[in-house]
Design a protein around this ligand. Structure first.
Ligand SMILES: Nc1ncnc2c1ncn2[C@@H]1O[C@H](COP(=O)(O)OP(=O)(O)O)[C@@H](O)[C@H]1O
Ligand SMILES: [Mg+2]
Length: 254
């Protein structure tokens, strides 16, 4: 059953995270609407990665991490005792700054998740479908058995996106997914992210303000662990409400 569109896919309510007693996120509340692209911007160390990692329960893997407040996924408490974090990470996939293909073939990278979750359908068809969605199929169709690590960095990142899509997530978290890539590879990833809009909810942490402006419907600006401002991307960039947002945007533009 698909929940009503009015229920945000993900929401944080009074979310705070500390590492060894040092605050990394402070009382953050925001809602992520279904099918939209949301950027998280802010200076290095402001808490972008930490916020993304709250959305798929990865911070709990860090010793000394403490999370308070609530995260809801489809309206349900993501941190409730009965929720399986592995299932959470299937439904809320993550792509990292450095492409992280497994040392396996292109095919086996994409097939990894479906195989692990006991997929019974046509695996070949699924691999083709998600490689096509990731804009990589024409480049790898004849080389599915080639090692993934032989691909270029940009291709590896698109492969990692395909691998994430293969388990049919509803949300894709992307942590600075293009900062290790050249401009051409970056443009291809941006086109790919744009094509995912509507089908997936995408949350993309980026220090590239132009990228946030180009790609996202909504932008959140974090500073020192505080959510300073969150709203439509165009408004935030052209008419920020908070002086800290304005100063960050203009400081970075100089
Ligand atoms: N695993 C960790 N252990 C200790 N401190 C951490 C850890 N991860 C992040 N932090 C701290 O939390 C704050 C926010 O970091 P992070 O979320 O990585 O920021 P950003 O992604 O915006 O650069 C920083 O002060 C950082 O040093
Ligand atoms: Mg980060």
């Amino acid at each position: 059953m698909t929940p009503p569109a009015s229920v945000p896919v993900l929401s944080a309510e009074g979310l705070s995270v500390s590492f060894d007693g040092r605050t990394a996120l402070s009382n953050v509340s925001l809602e992520l609407p279904r099918g939209r692209i949301v950027s998280i911007i802010g200076p290095s160390g402001c808490g972008k990665t930490t916020l993304l990692r709250c959305f798929n329960r990865m911070n709990e893997l860090v010793e000394g991490a403490h999370t308070a407040g609530a995260v809801r996924f489809e309206g349900f408490d993501l941190y409730a005792a009965h929720v399986d974090p592995v299932e959470v990470r299937r439904q809320i996939g993550m792509v990292f700054q450095q492409p992280t293909p497994f040392p396996k073939s292109v095919f086996d990278n994409v097939a990894f998740g479906p195989r692990a979750s006991g997929f019974k359908g046509d695996l070949h068809a699924l691999v083709e479908e998600v490689l096509s969605s990731a804009g990589l199929w024409p480049e790898v169709a004849a080389e599915l058995d080639a090692p993934a690590l032989a691909l270029s960095a940009g291709q590896q990142q698109r492969l990692c996106i395909a691998r994430t899509l293969a388990v049919k997530p509803s949300v894709l978290l992307m942590d600075e997914p293009t900062s290790a890539l050249d401009p051409t590879a970056t443009a291809r990833i941006e086109a790919l992210v744009h094509s995912l809009k509507g089908t997936y909810t995408v949350v993309i942490a980026t220090h590239d303000l132009q990228q946030a402006a180009r790609l996202s419907d909504l932008t959140a600006f974090l500073d020192g662990g505080d959510l300073v401002e969150y709203g439509p991307t165009e408004t935030l960039f052209t008419n920020p409400r908070d002086p800290r947002t304005e100063s960050y945007l203009t400081g970075r533009a100089r």
